[in-house]
Design a protein around this ligand. Structure first.
Ligand code: ADP
Length: 393
C-alpha cells in the first residue's frame, strides 16, 4: 500500500512516500518545498517528480494521504479528512494559527487534485482521548469550558510510538497490540503486567506524557502547545495573571504579549542566546549564566512533570527519551535522572553516552528497577502506520 504523508507548514510543504504492509514500511521517496504560497502547484510538482523517479505511474496509485493535523474543535482521533475535519480545524484556527489554516488548505488541495485518493487526518490530540475529566479540566467558569478550553495534549503521534516501541523493547506483546489498535478499537480492558511509562518528547517543542499500559493518563501540554515545558521560543507554563500585569506595566497589547510569549520566550527568552539547545549548551560551557539557567529550567520542568505522572500512576517501569534533545543530549538525560536511586533509577553512563544520533537503547544499569530508554522518533513513519491501520480496517 502506497501512503503519502503531507507535512504542511504555513510556508512549507514536505512529503514522504511509504510502501507499507502490516509489519514493514519502506520509504520510497521524500521531498519538500519552502516559501510556499500555493499547495496545489507543490502537489503537481511532487507528483511529477514521484512519477519521473518511477515511484508511481500516476497520482491515482497513491492509496491514501495522511495529514498530521494538530488541534480540532470537538474532534480528535485518526479520522477521514472530510468536511468535519475542515470545520474542526476552522473552529480552532486562532489556537493553532501556524498549523490549522495550512492543513485545511492542504486537505482541500489534495481533495481537488486527487479526489479519489482517501485522505486521513491524525490529530496530535488523538492519544489523549481517554484522559479523565479530572485530568483535562481547568478550574474556569462554565462559559469558558463551553468554548472548549481544557487540556488537549500534543505530540500524540510521538508519544503513542513511545508507548508501542517501549512495550516491544520490554517484551509486553499484549500492550503492543493494545497500542496498535487504540484508534480503531479503543483501549478495551487490560489485566496484564503493568507498564507505566514516563515519556519525554524533548525537541524544538517538548512535552512529558504519563502512559499507563499503553494509554495516556495525562500530559504537560494544555489547551494549546504553549503550556508545559519551556519550548524553543514558546513560554510553557505561566501564571495567567502575568499576562494582564505585563500588558499594563509595559503598555503591551494582548497581541504583542501573545507574540512575545510565542516567539521570544521559552529557551530563547531565558538564554538570550538561541532557541537551539546545542547553541545554549555551547554558551553554557563558556560560562554564560543565562544559558545555564535555561538548561536548568528545562531539566527542572521535565522532572516536575515526570514526577507528577510517577505519582499519579503509582510508579513507573520505564522512562523514555525521544526527539532532538531527548535522543542526543546524554548529559541532560543524566541530569533528569540524577538522584533517583531510591526510586529505582540508575543510569549506565556508557550506555547513555552511546545512545545518540538515532541510536535506540536502554541506558539504565542492568539492575535499575526502572528502565531508562532512548527511542528515536520518526513521526512520518508513525503517521503512515496509523493511516495504514485506518485504511486497512
Ligand atoms: P522539532 O521539535 O522542531 O521537530 P527536533 O525533535 O528535531 O525538533 O529537536 C530539535 C532540538 O533538538 C533542537 O533544540 C536541537 O538543538 C536539539 N538537538 C539536536 N541535536 C542535539 C544534540 N546533539 N545535543 C543537544 N540537543 C540537540
Amino acid at each position: 500500500m502506497k501512503i503519502l504523508i503531507a507535512n504542511l507548514g504555513s510556508t512549507s510543504f514536505k512529503y514522504r512516500l511509504f510502501d507499507m504492509d502490516a509489519d514493514n514500511a519502506a520509504q520510497l521517496a521524500s521531498g519538500g518545498f519552502e516559501r510556499v504560497t500555493n499547495y496545489t502547484s507543490c502537489i503537481e510538482e511532487m507528483l511529477e517528480s514521484l512519477v519521473g523517479e518511477g515511484h508511481l505511474q500516476s497520482g491515482e496509485e497513491i492509496d491514501a494521504v495522511g495529514f498530521k493535523t494538530v488541534l480540532g474543535k470537538d474532534l480528535s482521533g485518526c479520522v477521514e479528512a472530510d468536511a468535519h475535519v475542515l470545520e474542526a480545524l476552522e473552529g480552532f484556527k486562532e489556537v493553532a494559527p501556524a498549523h490549522n489554516p495550512a492543513y485545511a488548505a492542504g486537505i482541500r488541495c489534495f481533495a481537488e487534485k486527487l479526489p479519489q485518493v482517501p485522505r486521513v487526518a491524525l490529530f496530535e490530540t488523538a492519544f489523549y482521548q481517554w484522559i479523565t475529566p479530572a485530568a483535562y479540566s481547568y478550574a474556569i467558569p462554565q462559559a469558558w469550558r463551553d468554548l472548549g478550553i481544557r487540556r488537549y495534549g500534543f505530540h500524540g503521534a510521538s508519544h503513542k510510538f513511545v508507548a508501542e516501541r517501549s512495550a516491544e523493547i520490554l517484551g509486553n506483546g499484549i500492550i503492543v497490540d493494545r497500542v496498535r489498535n487504540l484508534y480503531t478499537t479503543g483501549p478495551g480492558e487490560y489485566s496484564g503486567a503493568p507498564l507505566r511509562v514516563l515519556s519525554c518528547h524533548l525537541g524544538g517543542s517538548s512535552s512529558v506524557t504519563g502512559i499507563q499500559n499503553g494509554v495516556a493518563i495525562g500530559t504537560s501540554m494544555g489547551f494549546s502547545p504553549q503550556s508545559g515545558l519551556p519550548q524553543n521560543n514558546r513560554v510553557g507554563d505561566l501564571d495567567s495573571m502575568a499576562i494582564p500585569y505585563v500588558c499594563k506595566m509595559l503598555g503591551l497589547s494582548i497581541e504583542e504579549a501573545e507574540r512575545q510569549l510565542n516567539k521570544e520566550s521559552g529557551l530563547l527568552g531565558l538564554s538570550g542566546v538561541s532557541n537551539d539547545a546545542r547553541d545554549i549548551r555551547d554558551a553554557a560551557e563558556q560560562g554564560n549564566t543565562d544559558a545555564v539557567l535555561a538548561t536548568e529550567v528545562l531539566i527542572d520542568s521535565i522532572r516536575h512533570w515526570a514526577g507528577s505522572f510517577f505519582f499519579k500512576m503509582g510508579g513507573a517501569e520505564a522512562i523514555v527519551f525521544t526527539a532532538g534533545i531527548g535522543e542526543n543530549d546524554a548529559e541532560l538525560r543524566a541530569a533528569v535522572c540524577a538522584g533517583l536511586e531510591d526510586l529505582g533509577v540508575q543510569i549506565d553512563p556508557t550506555a547513555n553516552a552511546k545512545a545518540i544520533r538515532g541510536v535506540e537503547g536502554i541506558i539504565s544499569a542492568p539492575d535499575s528497577k526502572i528502565k531508562v530508554i532512548v527511542i528515536p522518533a520518526n513521526e512520518e513513519l508513525v503517521i503512515a502506520r496509523e493511516v495504514f491501520r485506518k485504511v486497512s480496517k
